[in-house]
Write a protein that binds this ligand. Sequence first.
Ligand SMILES: [Zn+2]
Length: 238
Amino acid sequence: MKKRLDMLEQLQEIDYLIDNLKTARNGLTGEMGGIEQALIEARLELAGLESRVVQLEQEKEELETGQAAEQENIRRSEANMKEIKTNKEYQAVGREIAAARRQAAEIDEQTLQKIGLIDDLNTEIAALNDTLAELEQNTSQRRDEKQAEIDKIQQDIDEDVARREAITKELPAGVVKRYNALREQRRGQAVAIARDGYCLGCNMNLPPQLYNSLFRGDELISCPHCQRMLILKHQKSQ
Ligand SMILES: [Zn+2]
């Protein structure tokens, strides 16, 4: 029975180790997601800038088409002028040409604005491409590092699981079943230390008779309050 209690205690220790390792592993997996996220965001930003440039190029082309039409109007009006007979007509066409020239100047102004915006965006895109290339390199390096850490932890988990299995094979199936059920019900702790008349699992006073029977160490005794399996530890062996 003493051996069985020792094994239960070991089992609890191994399970704590596994719990901690799993928490660490999950944390690293989360960090891995975070590293990827920065890359995804930079790529999205780049795609956004690129589509803005495409849009501006299109607007610029439309302005250029408009400008060509305006220049054609001016040429046609100027050609017409030569055939004009009356002063009134001459003035009317003159006003048309002046209006068309103002319009052409306005289009030029807008086109220049678009070109300026496109240049600025292209500068931004070039810088972001550099950043992204660096980020991709760093990400792949950090990803490899994290993965190596995760693999190492997984290896430790696997080893502990194997140790756990070796112990559970030697314990009666009923005890293992009870241990597992208690661990689920009692936040991962199925075994509790009994000391100075107390259960350290729930900090409740143990009935004296029950506490005394722990000294014999010849049976599996559970705390009447939290149901955890009790293991006696004397103050001196602390
Ligand atoms: Zn208890």
